[in-house]
Design a protein around this ligand. Structure first.
Ligand code: FMN
Length: 218
């Protein structure tokens, strides 16, 4: 632990893999992220996508029955955290439908819990680009919802052979790069929580004429 960790003020991060698969490489990466966050003074809420599984979004279901337990759980755990880390597989050059569906449900809460919450996106894939296209797609709904998505996104290429028997990355330089990405993100979350900036409102479409019947402003 270096000097900056000793002085770190409290931050709490939700960490989950967006894969439901038993032997998921993204879940392995989420485990590594959680280990790194805790080693550098963060408090981690480690979740799984199964905790947030939701039926296909349907406005009528929302109106008639309310929110499903998976959406309630994601909202509750987001609100208890200063930021979140999502380890997401890439499906067909985009994000998995399960994750988008959960985001859609949670986006209907007011206040909307992604707004102003910091997020770090990471991915793992057997491919040469590590699922990075999926993260660019995932960035869009999050940014739309006012989440502060960290500029650097870590995508672990050829992930099926990237881990050693202890679950760390076999290449120590790559592991170090991953850890640095996580710690830089933590520094931003810490600064933002303890030295708040001036953003006051989340507005769905900033350039639209204000109209109470249509506004989604918080
Ligand atoms: C429906 C589907 C679509 C996929 N599309 C992509 C893709 O576009 N790019 C990619 O790198 N891998 C793709 N894959 C392969 C996944 O990266 C691979 O299955 C990976 O192990 C999934 O992550 P997980 O192990 O965390 O479940 C796809 C897999 C599935 C099941």
């Amino acid at each position: 632990m270096d000097q900056s960790d000793v002085q770190r003020r409290a931050i709490r991060l939700l960490v989950f893999s967006a894969s439901l698969r038993r032997d998921s490489i993204n879940t392995r990466l989420a485990d590594l992220a959680a280990t790194c966050l805790e080693a550098h003074g963060g408090t981690v809420d480690r979740a799984s996508m199964g905790d947030f599984d939701c039926p296909s979004y349907n406005f009528d279901v929302q109106s008639d029955e309310g929110f499903p337990p998976g959406a309630e759980e994601l909202r509750r755990r987001l609100e208890a955290c200063d930021g979140f880390v999502v380890c997401s597989p890439e499906y067909n050059a985009s994000l998995p439908g399960t994750l988008k569906n959960a985001i859609d449900w949670v986006s209907r809460y007011e206040p909307q819990p992604f707004n102003e919450r910091h997020g770090l996106l990471v991915s793992a894939s057997p491919s040469m680009v590590g699922g990075n296209r999926g993260l660019w797609a995932l960035r869009v709904p999050f940014e739309h919802l006012g989440a502060r998505i960290y500029p650097d996104m870590f995508s672990l290429a050829q992930a099926h052979r990237a881990f050693d028997s202890e679950g760390r990355m076999a290449d120590p330089k790559l592991q170090e790069r991953f850890d640095t990405n996580i710690v830089n993100f933590m520094d931003l979350v810490e600064a933002s929580k303890h030295y708040p900036c001036i953003k006051r409102a989340w507005v769905e479409y900033l350039g639209e004429r204000p109209e109470p019947a249509l506004d989604r402003v918080e």
